[in-house]
Design a protein around this ligand. Structure first.
Ligand code: FAD
Length: 160
């Protein structure tokens, strides 16, 4: 049986992963979770041969013979080009619907007598769906579903 190691920089997985994925990891006997551990080096010639990691509490570094690494390092929305155009949250995701505060709408000079619809950004008739939207749950089904909801709003707006 192959042994798998998963290292996380913090004290556990709960801040960074969905519960169902954490359960899968916990229930898989050949995965060992290394907490407070940060990968600090990858070494090899034609292929990966060693991985170095550091214990973030003790500062101790270890070098292990490992030939395969899978990275899961999080996601950053590619929205820098949108800033000052539509309201973004502090992480750069696009705010929509009820998530838009009065301050957001004042800053964006929202000019309609109604509040933004579900999925509508701080510019009237601009919609955001999927991973890039603040509050989206980062699943294929939700991205597809939000897309179809946005299209129904587009049809509604074309009638107004
Ligand atoms: C490793 C991994 C595993 C996953 N596993 C699952 C899973 O098992 N089940 C599940 O439901 N979800 C899973 N997800 C999440 C799922 O992939 C996303 O929720 C889904 O793809 C979101 O769709 P989207 O259309 O919003 O964004 P994306 O699929 O990210 O599509 C956005 C597109 O926009 C393009 N783009 C970006 N910037 C610009 C720009 N300026 N101009 C033009 N195009 C641009 C990008 O290149 C990309 O093609 C996983 C995600 C990852 C990373």
């Amino acid at each position: 049986m192959h042994g798998w190691k998963r290292s996380v920089r913090g004290p556990g997985l709960t801040d960074t992963m969905s519960r169902y994925l954490i359960r899968r990891i916990e229930q898989t006997p050949n995965i060992r979770l290394l907490k407070h551990m940060e990968v600090v080096g990858l070494e090899g010639g034609d292929h990966l041969e060693h991985v170095l990691w550091r214990h973030n509490e003790t500062g101790e570094t270890e070098r292990k013979d490992i030939t395969h690494v899978f990275l899961m390092t999080g996601a950053e929305p590619n929205t820098a080009w949108l800033n000052r155009c539509v309201a973004l949250d502090e992480k750069g995701f696009i705010k929509t619907g009820a998530d838009l505060s009065s301050e957001d709408l004042n800053t964006a000079e929202w000019f309609l007598n109604r509040r933004p619809y579900l999925l509508e950004a701080s510019i009237p008739r601009v919609f955001a769906v999927g991973d890039v939207r603040a509050g989206n749950i980062k699943r294929v089904a939700s991205a597809v579903g939000e897309g179809s909801i946005a299209i129904s709003f587009v049809h509604q707006l074309l009638q107004e």
